[in-house]
Design a protein around this ligand. Structure first.
Ligand SMILES: *[C@@H]1O[C@H](CO)[C@@H](O)[C@H](O)[C@H]1NC(C)=O
Ligand SMILES: *[C@@H]1O[C@H](CO)[C@@H](O)[C@H](O)[C@H]1NC(C)=O
Ligand SMILES: *[C@@H]1O[C@H](CO)[C@@H](O)[C@H](O)[C@H]1NC(C)=O
Ligand SMILES: *[C@@H]1O[C@H](CO)[C@@H](O)[C@H](O)[C@H]1NC(C)=O
Ligand SMILES: *[C@@H]1O[C@H](CO)[C@@H](O)[C@H](O)[C@H]1NC(C)=O
Ligand SMILES: *[C@@H]1O[C@H](CO)[C@@H](O)[C@H](O)[C@H]1NC(C)=O
Ligand SMILES: *[C@@H]1O[C@H](CO)[C@@H](O)[C@H](O)[C@H]1NC(C)=O
Ligand SMILES: *[C@@H]1O[C@H](CO)[C@@H](O)[C@H](O)[C@H]1NC(C)=O
Ligand SMILES: *[C@@H]1O[C@H](CO)[C@@H](O)[C@H](O)[C@H]1NC(C)=O
Ligand SMILES: *[C@@H]1O[C@H](CO)[C@@H](O)[C@H](O)[C@H]1NC(C)=O
Ligand SMILES: *[C@@H]1O[C@H](CO)[C@@H](O)[C@H](O)[C@H]1NC(C)=O
Ligand SMILES: *[C@@H]1O[C@H](CO)[C@@H](O)[C@H](O)[C@H]1NC(C)=O
Ligand SMILES: [Cu+2]
Length: 617
């Protein structure tokens, strides 16, 4: 038998072996007490929580029926990191690729898993619903791994709030929270619990698939006296790199090998510590560090917390893909976008790329592509506030992301992995942000690291490169769900002509029924106009800008001086503190304004609110 027939036989075998997994899940509210301190309502499947780990093999088909059993909420499901090649309508984000699934309705997610293996996850893409527990691991097993191990283990980490995100949201997106301070979590979860025991056997190699399924904070992971050998990152195999500590943002994954010791005389602490620099305040009750137990011997004591002086975490930028994918050619198209957090006319703090805060259209963008005919290549039809870019098939695209904000942001691109080609280290709060200068960059890496979620440092930048070889509508957004709700997203319409021509991309009857049942049209432009695609009358738009001379600082001063009493209550829920006597001063300090100085420019800027501006009732 020659090599070709061998290849053919193995091809046939893999086709024969491909399996169809049919799952039926109903979203339901469940009461759970993940941290052992406070019971709360979470979103489960079939009256149970945590959600199951879903496992498939490369080449398999998934048919997942999602029935929405929540009486008062829409839902949706995204398979994070999956390419959905030819099945863009199964990607999940509501109003980007699909309509929200109304209570009592069912959507079939039907796709195959091609050319991908590794550690992924699935989560609701409806508002901040996944922060309330609707998320879990999605594992694609490989036919053959490029490394050896004895046993595979899944491990998720996340932050934990005692309240649901739906309870927290109104006071977060409020003019009484003018700096956009994110709600402070109470602690972090390790595999959806705390004080977890991981029983191990000596002299073994464990392949641990670590996923941050949280919606806000990054975590540092390390084990007393053990090392992580990183072999997979966001579904991309990498050259082995050994590290003591992993830094994992929300939505990122690391596949690591952990070799156990030969002796069983001792147990070790497995630490998962939140990156507390991401929090606006650290209330006394906050538990940042979580101690879990790598147990070799049940008869021995459990270890105490293990601390380090310096995390010394792995820097993912310098990893190399195992197959040494070369740097893609120079970009055909560059999208430069600057991250800014600022207030609009209603006093609420929003997140912007340049001047636009993402505002969902009235028709899912994919449905617009499929109903627009030749107009689909015209960016205008997608609306003036969805921040949509049309890309040509096969082009090389650079996304240049300048972070003018003082926080870290983990960005995720749906449908792709991208190359990390240039970035800048953190720049201090008091210094000006450093923006990317295309005429003065470091030499490009020859074999850049590739992944689907990467974080950009405060006041710094990141440049990502990818090939527009996957026709579809792909969301690019911050994976801190608070910031996504503040509008930190753009939409890429990749090769709309190819989407239209591919019969697999045609909307299914089920898809259209889901739209109908929730009262959302499945054709037309962003304003749901299907007669004149250039007429956007009635489209959703962001709030108006602050009136001239009425600065964000003015808003803050106004809000803080006029409603100190109300503020006290709000701050309790936002910051999770009982004692917030100094909150006004703290926010003023953050914003560099002097509230006691009557002549300060901030106070001068406070004018009588015009109609439609802030009204203080
Ligand atoms: C979930 O519940 C539905 C009925 O509501 C049932 O048909 C289905 O098999 C259940 N799924 C699993 C995975 O148990
Ligand atoms: C973990 O330990 C803390 C502190 O001892 C305790 O308050 C909490 O209930 C424990 N949680 C679980 C899930 O065991
Ligand atoms: C569900 O989505 C529809 C369409 O966007 C919207 O009108 C409705 O308010 C949503 N329902 C809930 C409970 O959010
Ligand atoms: C839910 O859907 C089923 C089947 O479509 C229908 O019979 C039932 O009346 C619906 N229930 C509610 C509360 O809408
Ligand atoms: C899933 O999609 C495949 C390919 O289009 C199709 O053959 C199959 O019937 C679909 N499954 C269901 C349950 O509709
Ligand atoms: C985490 O939970 C999963 C699912 O229950 C389980 O398979 C796995 O062994 C757990 N991991 C650890 C480290 O305990
Ligand atoms: C460790 O495992 C290797 C093979 O996996 C075996 O040869 C060796 O005896 C083991 N050592 C101990 C101390 O168990
Ligand atoms: C190499 O790995 C990257 C990242 O997983 C992938 O995009 C690419 O297709 C792979 N190339 C080949 C030739 O397998
Ligand atoms: C455990 O024992 C095996 C066999 O004696 C040896 O090859 C290996 O290096 C030892 N591992 C450790 C972590 O000491
Ligand atoms: C949390 O862990 C870090 C790093 O080990 C340590 O410096 C810090 O003191 C710990 N904090 C608490 C409250 O234990
Ligand atoms: C491992 O990662 C470090 C950065 O944390 C990098 O300097 C080093 O080159 C990497 N080694 C390999 C083999 O990838
Ligand atoms: C965003 O703003 C930057 C700086 O002003 C500009 O270079 C860039 O072209 C703008 N991006 C878009 C998409 O308009
Ligand atoms: Cu995602």
């Amino acid at each position: 038998m020659n090599i070709f027939s061998l290849f053919f036989v193995s091809f046939l075998l893999s086709v024969v072996n491909a399996k169809t997994h049919t799952w039926y899940f109903q979203t339901t509210y469940v009461n759970a007490n993940p941290d052992g301190c406070k019971e709360k309502q979470v979103v489960g499947f079939n009256n149970s929580w945590p959600l199951p780990v879903l496992r498939v093999k490369k080449g398999d088909r998934v048919q997942l029926y999602l029935n929405n059993g929540l009486p008062d909420r829409n839902t949706s499901l995204h398979f994070h990191g999956l390419f959905q090649h030819g099945t863009n309508q199964m990607d999940g984000p509501e109003m980007v690729t699909q309509c929200p699934i109304a209570p009592n309705d069912t959507m079939l997610y039907n796709f195959t898993v091609e050319d991908q293996a590794g550690t992924y996850w699935y989560h609701s893409h409806t508002k901040t619903q996944y922060g309330d527990g609707m998320r879990a691991a999605f594992i694609i097993e490989d036919e053959k791994y490029p490394f050896d191990f004895d046993e595979e283990v899944v491990l998720t980490v996340s932050e934990n709030y005692h309240k649901t995100t739906f309870e927290l949201m109104p006071s977060f997106l409020s003019r009484f929270n003018p700096t956009g301070a994110e709600p402070i979590p109470q602690n972090v979860l390790f595999n959806d619990s705390r004080n977890v025991t991981w029983n191990v056997e000596p002299n073994k190699t464990y392949f641990v698939r670590i996923i941050n399924v949280g919606m806000f904070v990054s975590q540092y992971l390390f084990i007393e006296d053990h090392e992580f050998e990183v072999v997979e990152v966001d579904g991309v195999y990498v050259e082995k790199n050994t590290t003591q500590t992993l830094y994992i943002t929300t939505a990122q994954r690391y596949g690591v090998l952990i070799k156990t010791k030969n002796s069983t005389d001792k147990n070790y602490a497995f630490m998962a510590n939140m990156d507390a620099t991401m929090l606006d305040v650290q209330p006394p009750a906050l538990v940042t560090n979580s101690t879990n137990f790598m147990v070799y011997n049940k008869d021995k004591d459990l270890p105490k917390e293990y601390t380090v002086d310096d995390y010394n975490e792995l820097d993912d930028f310098y990893l190399t893909t195992l197959n040494k994918t070369e740097l893609y050619d120079d970009p055909d198209h560059t999208i430069t976008i600057d991250v800014v957090m600022d207030n609009l006319d209603n006093g609420v703090n929003y997140a912007f790329f340049n001047e636009t805060t993402y505002t969902p259209p009235k028709v899912p963008t994919l449905a617009t592509v499929l109903s627009a005919g030749d107009m689909a290549a015209n960016e205008q039809i997608y609306g003036s506030n969805t921040h949509t870019f049309v890309l040509n098939y096969g082009d090389t695209i650079d996304i240049v992301l300048n972070n003018k904000d003082t926080g870290k942001h983990p960005f995720h691109l749906h449908g792709h992995t991208f190359q990390l080609i240039e970035r800048h280290a953190e720049v201090g709060e008091k210094e000006d942000p450093v923006l990317y200068d295309p005429s003065n960059h470091a030499p490009w890496p020859k074999h850049p690291m590739m992944r689907d979620t990467v974080f950009v440092e405060p006041h710094a930048y990141m440049v990502m490169r990818f090939k527009a070889d996957n026709p579809g509508v792909w969301f690019f957004h911050c994976h801190i769900d608070w910031h996504l709700e503040q509008g930190l997203a753009i939409v890429l319409v990749e090769a709309p002509d190819h989407i239209q021509k591919d019969s697999r991309q045609a909307l299914t009857d089920n898809y259209k029924q889901v739209c109908k049942n929730v009262g959302v049209p499945s054709d037309g432009n962003a304003a749901a106009n299907s007669d004149d695609f250039l007429n956007l009358k009635g489209e959703n738009v962001q709030e108006k800008n602050l009136p001239a001379g009425f600065t964000a600082r003015g808003i803050v001063a106004l809000v803080f001086s006029a409603i100190a009493a109300v503020l006290g209550l709000i701050a309790i829920s936002i910051y999770g503190m009982a004692e917030i006597s100094n909150v006004e001063e703290r926010v003023a300090r953050d914003l560099d304004i002097d509230l006691t100085d009557e002549s300060s420019s901030a106070v001068e800027n406070v004018r009588e609110p015009s109609e439609g501006a802030v009204s203080l009732k």
